[in-house]
Design a protein around this ligand. Structure first.
Ligand code: ADP
Ligand code: ASP
Ligand code: MG
Length: 412
């Protein structure tokens, strides 16, 4: 008998019929003799709808109330799934984050899980119940509801698996594993059997929204093997796990893209000590994560600073940067929302040269201009005009030979 944590994403619980499908899968796992904790997201589209309502109500919604609102989507799906399981004759009980409780910090809409008290859940499991947990949410030390950032149910699931030392952590979604790139964009993307935590972390931070970044951080920290699979079939999915020797042999294991960034440039900033801190501290105080940063060589004591922020925080960031730019005497602030980041990822890059230049020449060959570049040991990212995203992903996928290997008749 094992303790199994299964997480079902929005598309897997998007309709009443799909929730029935999830209930059948959960029941099957239970019938096989396992203890089962199910973590669910809101029904597909519901969180977007709630975010839309908040933005319609006011330009900068109060953060506490925003979380009260957007966390409500999961309340619907946990209760529906529990009802369904009960109607099938199973004992099931739903839990909101605060009922467990899952304690977080107070960074509304990007909260981090600090502690999970497992007493209630353990008691239910002991009494033969299936436990259904609302993903994406917890409470801070003052009792306020806090949400974990978009896609946060993945993190809830991995955190629950880590806290309860589960034997299995399965993330069920609408694709049957991790692919070399988004299978919805490139039809010959290939499913990978296993991927290291570090590669998955890069993939997730570079835009592959199949897993939330923090869920992978958590998994790495607590050694949780994540099995990403489809809720619509029984195919073996992809294991996200510790790096092993085979993984090093692949130079580029995936391509990711992110259209959710915007670029801000502060022009003619006095090039003196402390300027970067003056610009970026207020952004971090507002919980806005700055991604790529480029500072140009200075001329006549003045320099330009360009950086990217999540597009969802763009308006807020622009307001804050405008105020800081005034304070430090910069000439002006310009911005561009129509950008995308395209990245190649692979642990094999550590030990091979020429990968970045191949990426640049492949993009150049298609006339795609590179606006910013950033690298780490295992990734290279380029900011480009967002209208070329799909083209860039396709040509890079081909250039690094990530497509499915065609089996020719003479090979059979
Ligand atoms: P869920 O609602 O189950 O949380 P998400 O929409 O958050 O699902 O994540 C699944 C989606 O991630 C897939 O439909 C796919 O389009 C996208 N995706 C992006 N990059 C990849 C990748 N490399 N491999 C698999 N899926 C990917
Ligand atoms: N419902 C939340 C979202 O849409 C959390 C999740 O689905 O993981 O972002
Ligand atoms: Mg998701």
């Amino acid at each position: 008998m094992a303790l199994v944590v299964q997480k079902y994403g929005g598309t897997s619980v998007g309709t009443v019929e799909k929730i029935r499908n999830v209930a059948r899968r959960v029941a099957r796992t239970y019938d096989e003799g396992n203890d089962v904790i199910v973590v669910v997201s809101a029904m597909a589209g519901e969180t977007d709808k709630l975010v839309g309502l908040a933005n319609e109500m006011c330009e900068f919604p109060n953060e506490r109330e925003y979380d009260v609102l957007v966390a409500s989507g999961e309340q619907v799906s946990i209760s529906l799934l529990s009802m369904c399981l009960q109607s099938m004759g199973y004992k099931a009980k739903s839990y909101l984050g605060w009922q467990i409780p899952i304690y977080t910090d107070s960074a509304h809409s990007t909260a981090r899980i600090k502690e999970i008290r497992d007493g209630n859940i353990r008691e239910d499991l002991r009494s033969g119940s299936i436990v259904v947990v609302a993903g994406f949410q917890g409470i801070d030390q003052d009792g306020n509801i806090a949400t974990l950032g978009r896609g946060g149910s993945d993190t809830s699931a991995v955190a629950v698996a880590a806290a309860l030392k589960a034997d299995v952590c399965e993330i069920y979604t609408d694709v049957d594993g991790i692919y070399t790139t988004d299978p919805r964009m490139v039809s010959d993307a290939t499913k990978v059997e296993k991927i290291s935590y570090d590669e998955m972390l890069e993939m997730a931070s570079l835009g592959a929204k199949v897993l939330q970044i923090r869920s992978v951080e958590f998994a790495k920290k607590y050694d949780v093997v994540i099995h990403v699979r489809s809720s619509f079939n029984d195919n073996q999915g992809t294991l996200v796990m510790k790096e092993d020797a085979d993984m090093e042999t692949v130079l580029v294991s995936g391509i990711a893209y992110n259209k959710n960034e915007a670029k801000i440039s502060v022009l003619k900033v006095p090039d003196t000590p402390g300027i970067a801190a003056e610009l970026f501290s207020p952004l971090s105080e507002a919980n806005i994560t700055v991604d790529m940063i480029i500072q140009n060589v200075s001329h006549d004591g003045l320099t330009d600073m360009t950086f990217t922020v999540p597009r969802t925080d763009f308006k807020k960031a622009l307001k804050i940067v405008g105020e800081s730019a005034n304070k430090i005497g910069a000439e002006k602030v310009i911005s561009n929302e129509a950008i995308a980041k395209v990245s190649i990822i692979g642990v094999g890059m550590r030990s091979h040269s020429g990968i970045a230049s191949k990426m640049f020449s492949t993009l150049a060959g298609e006339g795609v201009n590179i606006q910013m570049i950033s690298t780490s040991e295992i990734k290279v990212s380029c900011i480009i005009d967002d209208k070329y995203t799909e083209l860039a992903v396709r040509v890079l996928h081909d250039a690094f030979e990530l497509g499915q290997i065609e089996v020719k008749e003479e090979d059979i």
